[in-house]
Design a protein around this ligand. Structure first.
Ligand SMILES: *[C@@H]1O[C@H](CO)[C@@H](O)[C@H](O)[C@H]1NC(C)=O
Ligand SMILES: *[C@@H]1O[C@H](CO)[C@@H](O)[C@H](O)[C@H]1NC(C)=O
Ligand SMILES: *[C@@H]1O[C@H](CO)[C@@H](O)[C@H](O)[C@H]1NC(C)=O
Ligand SMILES: *[C@@H]1O[C@H](CO)[C@@H](O)[C@H](O)[C@H]1NC(C)=O
Ligand SMILES: *[C@@H]1O[C@H](CO)[C@@H](O)[C@H](O)[C@H]1NC(C)=O
Ligand SMILES: *[C@@H]1O[C@H](CO)[C@@H](O)[C@H](O)[C@H]1NC(C)=O
Ligand SMILES: *[C@@H]1O[C@H](CO)[C@@H](O)[C@H](O)[C@H]1NC(C)=O
Ligand SMILES: *[C@@H]1O[C@H](CO)[C@@H](O)[C@H](O)[C@H]1NC(C)=O
Ligand SMILES: *[C@@H]1O[C@H](CO)[C@@H](O)[C@H](O)[C@H]1NC(C)=O
Ligand SMILES: *[C@@H]1O[C@H](CO)[C@@H](O)[C@H](O)[C@H]1NC(C)=O
Length: 358
């Protein structure tokens, strides 16, 4: 009796369809495995196909790249040394289980079966074993970056993984095209940015994947030094005697600059962006100068702001009646509230602006 001389290896059902029509099916519809894992090579035979009461098969031979894995006959089996302790053969279905997979197990597997009725059946499939990707990290070759004056190469490392492909992201956008300035090289493992600008801070991630896993390292955010720029002092120009006054010096700069203040050309001990005069007296009028120094770019910038005395009937009235004095104090207190409120709003706006900008 003539029956198809082919045994289909049933690669998760679907792939079996591709394998079936008698072709030398090597490589088509491969199985995928993970190092250390296990896989089962399935045949589509079952006991009910066989018209027998004894063992269904006279022999089963499994080969890997045409080298013997196991030879089974009802009288006994022969397992190659490399496969002892890591295979099991189901002698009624012909299925082969293989575990402790290594990358070296990738290749072609064939089976030849002789049935009880001397039918010759065979089939083949492929197996690809991959090592999982682990511990992705990205490192820049330098952290000293200045706008318009530096280039950086960011490398992507993995601890383990085979057949890797790399995907670079800048924020949420994929870096696909290489431009004159941005290049992906070394087989995808490095990202080079030439002549960086402040907008190149990232965060950059490297997504490494293979057919069995993927991993994304911690994002890298670059510090790209620039500035100080757009230095300005915010604060009142006219103040009254006894008033609380706040001057605020703002700049665009990475890293944040250090600030010093001078008044009428004389250095003060005030440091930081905020200059507070708790109670204006006659020594507090004049030209305030804020100087911002960026230690990374080695650049500095200064801005001036003149604070003058407001013509004030109250100060002249200090020595007069208690009633006038009381009215003045109320006015001063209200004025202080307004000034502080305005300054506080400006400070708040300015700092939130800086957070989004930097
Ligand atoms: C196994 O596949 C072969 C080839 O397609 C087919 O001839 C045979 O009938 C199948 N056997 C079973 C039990 O499905
Ligand atoms: C099974 O084999 C017996 C004899 O060995 C035969 O009489 C019977 O017809 C066979 N059955 C089938 C389904 O082939
Ligand atoms: C062998 O395969 C058959 C058919 O798939 C199944 O019924 C049987 O349980 C398997 N035997 C073992 C020991 O796994
Ligand atoms: C299956 O057997 C047929 C006939 O013996 C042979 O031509 C074919 O090459 C074999 N296929 C495989 C994958 O061994
Ligand atoms: C870097 O970029 C700036 C602005 O795009 C440009 O003016 C400058 O010439 C560039 N420098 C180099 C070395 O390419
Ligand atoms: C760029 O870097 C070089 C070398 O470090 C330095 O000599 C030069 O002054 C820098 N230019 C600017 C604009 O910072
Ligand atoms: C970092 O890599 C860039 C691009 O290859 C190169 O221009 C630069 O000199 C490197 N910097 C350091 C500190 O090695
Ligand atoms: C990263 O993205 C920002 C915008 O989000 C863009 O301005 C910058 O040029 C990009 N840099 C690189 C190296 O892709
Ligand atoms: C990484 O790449 C893989 C394969 O392209 C994708 O499935 C996965 O969603 C990506 N992960 C992230 C966080 O982008
Ligand atoms: C003005 O106030 C400062 C403190 O803010 C104080 O050191 C200084 O002595 C005062 N000058 C006069 C003239 O009161």
């Amino acid at each position: 009796m003539k029956r198809p001389q082919l045994l289909c290896i049933n690669v998760f059902m679907l792939a079996a369809l591709a394998l079936c029509p008698g072709q030398a099916a090597l490589g088509a519809g491969s199985l995928t495995g993970v190092t250390g894992g296990r896989t089962t090579f399935e045949t589509n035979l079952s006991l009910t196909d066989q018209n027998t009461t004894g063992p269904p098969f006279r022999s089963i031979v499994w080969l890997f790249n045409l080298n013997n894995i196991v030879l089974y006959t009802p009288a006994g089996s022969l397992v190659s040394p490399a496969y002892r302790k890591r295979i099991s053969l189901n002698t009624t279905s012909g299925w082969l289980d293989l575990w402790d997979l290594t990358v070296g197990d990738s290749g072609a597997y064939t089976v030849d079966i002789t049935t009880h009725t001397d039918q010759q059946l065979n089939g083949s499939t492929g197996l690809n074993v991959y090592e999982r990707v682990s511990s992705v990290s990205v490192t820049p070759n330098t952290t000293e970056l200045l706008e318009f004056n530096s280039s950086v190469r960011i490398s992507c490392h993995v601890s383990t993984g085979t057949s890797l492909s790399y995907l670079w992201m800048n924020g949420s956008s994929e870096i696909t095209v290489s431009s004159d300035r941005v290049q992906v090289g070394d087989g995808g493992t490095s990202l080079t940015i030439l002549n960086v600008t402040r907008y190149d801070r990232g965060p950059y991630t490297c997504n490494v994947s293979n057919p069995v896993s993927n991993d994304v390292g911690r994002p890298l955010t670059l510090t790209i030094g620039y500035g100080p720029e757009r230095l300005a002092i915010i604060g009142p120009s006219l103040v009254e005697f006894g008033e609380v006054t706040v001057l605020y010096c703002s700049a665009m700069s990475v890293p944040p600059p250090s600030y010093t203040w001078s008044l009428n050309g004389v250095h003060t001990t005030v440091q930081g962006p905020v200059y507070v005069i708790a109670s204006v007296n006659s020594s507090d009028y004049g030209k305030y100068t804020c100087t911002a120094v960026n230690t990374l770019t080695d650049l500095s910038q200064a801005a001036d702001h003149v604070v003058s005395l407001k013509e004030n009937r109250c100060s002249a009235a200090i020595a007069t009646t208690a009633a006038v004095m009381a009215a003045c104090l109320v006015a001063v207190a209200a004025g202080v509230g307004v000034v502080v409120g305005v300054i506080a709003r400006r400070v708040y706006k300015k700092s939130s602006y800086e957070i989004t900008e930097l």
